[in-house]
Design a protein. Sequence first.
Length: 447
Amino acid sequence: MAEDQQKFRSDTSEAAELYRRYSRLEQGIFVREQSTLTTYSSPVNFIEAMQRPRHRWFPYKEGFSPSFVNDFLPTASSAKGGVVFDPFSGSGTTSIVAGERGLDGLGFDVSPLTNFVATVKATTMNAKELRSFRKHIAEFSGSPLIAVAAQPDNETVKRYFEDDVLNSLLRAKAFFKEIDCSKTAPLFKLAFLTAIEPFSTHRKAGNGVKRKTNYAWPSAHKDSVLALKEFLVKQLEMFASDIEQTTDFRSPIFRQRSCLGEALSDEVEDVSAVLTSPPYANCFDYSKIYMSELWLGDFFASKSDQNDFRQASLRSHVHATWKERYQKAGSPVVDEVIRPYIEGQSLWSPKIGSMLSGYFADLGNLLNNLKPRLRQNARMGFVVGNSFYGGIPVATDLLLADLGRSQGYLVEEVRVYRGVIPSSQQYRKLGDNRKYMRESMVILRRP
Ligand SMILES: C[S@@+](CC[C@H](N)C(=O)[O-])C[C@H]1O[C@@H](n2cnc3c(N)ncnc32)[C@H](O)[C@@H]1O
């Protein structure tokens, strides 16, 4: 049953108990209201990133605004050689900005796609390598692109392209697969990945893709090979020019790895700052939104790759069934109030209650494992968006701050950036409790 059609339940005693628990949390946590902040409309600003060298190499809508990161990170002199860590690094904005400031950046992400994107964005080249890169761009520009790479083994992805366009993409792919240079080939592949959505008949929309209303590829060329070549050459020349102009860049390290459980211990040491944004608890499935890029980029070759990815990710979605994990460090408010309340309703998925429990248990596990790896006084910023299910707001920011406090962190503040309006009609009935629907940053400090 659609959530909107259900009886409004936020006047129940369970909802009243939830608001009492939120008020109690607010008594011990400083919430800096939106009205006192004039700097950013949102820390997540993809448009700002698209105007900055390196950051503009891949349009990742979930990515941070680079200037937001810049304002949060310590200076090179105050960090004194420590590592800037982003456990959910996505397209790598935190670590790339760290590199621009001469700091050591380290980012983990479970997605092979975003890990690839971030790694390529960290490319540096000497003059000889740049000359070789430009030579490959010229060869590509003049090539008739005769060879064709294999079709992706996924019927849904194939349906997102006109046949002729898919063939052109596979011809460009065959070209760069033959490039025998470990720095140049990934740059070609990244340019290819950026062409996928502009040349597809579908665009990313919400938690999936939608057919474009007026489909046309981004060029005046009638021939799709010429249009694609023009697009790719422009991208590649932009990469070359950014590499040339950002020479005092300290290349960060990116790993395709989960930040949960044992994996964290390997490499994460002497952390002076963390700035991160975990997926919000909103059921988005990154493996669906980025399906075309994941399959055409050969990051997924079978359904089991997709399953492994979903299984390893934070429990922010309902597309996997997890074995019991990290039970110890969850949120009491979620486990005692929110989960039973949500499980008493018939939402579109019966897994939402356990997903929310798991979400906080996973984050609790991360906070617990991170603590000994942080320097004293290290500051951590977690950008989160609160969610809304069955007529009640899930105040992730307060709950995460509480989780941090229970693990011995100091809660500096919850900084509210903007209100978020859920699509559900029930939101209108929230009254004063609408304030909990927001995007904010939870700032924790290791004492
Ligand atoms: C909101 S995005 C981060 C965007 C990033 N701040 C940027 O500027 O590009 C969240 C990322 O968390 C990743 N993720 C989900 N579960 C994870 C896990 N267990 N370990 C590491 N990364 C994970 C997702 O693949 C996604 O790329």
